[in-house]
Design a protein around this ligand. Structure first.
Ligand SMILES: Cc1ncc(COP(=O)(O)O)c(C=O)c1O
Length: 236
């Protein structure tokens, strides 16, 4: 049995507070749960948000921290990721051996690309500029927040980290809104691709996820297109 933490989060952009993470660590220790912590967006944090590694908090349980080159280092095609184990290693011998065996037999790592890991982790951390004012991800985040603020229909908890925003649609204004239908309409009519919230297993269907990857300058136009589709829904 395990507890999964994705921090900073995809799709919501949440960055969990130290207090929340301490609570999760305590829960895991009390119930003897393995903690699987996906921290692949660890350096993508905005404004005042602070990222706290789970490995610094989990002591009495086993903690597996996952990361890779595809986000912070923008090398997704390399297919390079890793996991590091910490916490109660003493009681985890057989589990770690099994993981080692699985990795050796099944994963078929991209060995040449693994040479990039040291350069990525030890080299110039260009991500810091991208998430600071004037940086592409920072400014795309601002453009998304502004786009939502201009809309009649949209709501957003501004993302504190990662490269996504999880945007809500006001049910009071659009009671029949369906995220899947909206994603298809937006793509077909306005040529904008978003991910419907339901694809993240939500039990509500009035959210969609947008990424912060487009050029900040084009995001204003993206929100105009979103508004056009929502206006059409409202006029029905
Ligand atoms: C939280 C999280 N972990 C891992 C991955 C996968 O990254 P990779 O490109 O290395 O498969 C993603 C990709 O979207 C992600 O959002």
């Amino acid at each position: 049995r395990a507890i999964v933490v994705i921090n900073p989060n995809n799709p919501t952009g949440a960055v969990y507070s130290r207090q929340t993470l301490e609570g999760i660590a305590e829960l895991a220790e009390r119930h003897r749960l393995l903690v699987l912590s996906d921290e692949i967006y660890d350096q993508m944090v905005y404004e005042q948000a602070r990222f706290v590694p789970m490995a610094t908090l989990v002591k009495g349980s086993l903690c597996a921290t996952f990361s890779g080159l595809s986000k912070v280092y923008r090398a997704c095609g390399y297919r390079v990721g890793w996991v590091s184990f910490s916490g109660d290693l003493e009681h985890a011998g057989p589990y770690l051996q099994a993981m080692d065996l699985l990795a050796s037999l099944r994963l078929c790592s991209n060995v040449p690309a693994q040479w990039a890991v040291q350069t990525a982790l030890g080299g110039f951390q260009s991500i810091r500029q991208l998430v600071s004012p004037g940086g592409r991800l920072h400014d795309a985040r601002t453009a998304v927040i502004e786009g939502v603020a201009r809309s009649r229909y949209l709501t957003l908890v501004p993302p504190a980290g990662s490269m996504y925003a999880f945007i809500g649609v006001d049910r009071a204004l659009l009671p029949d809104f369906d995220d899947n239908r909206f994603a298809l309409d937006l793509l077909e009519k306005q040529h904008v691709l978003v991910a419907p919230g339901i694809s993240f297993n939500t039990d509500y269907n009035n959210y969609f996820r947008i990424t912060l990857l487009p050029d900040p300058a084009c995001l204003g136009d993206v929100f105009d297109r979103i508004e056009r589709v929502l206006d059409e829904y409202a006029d029905r």
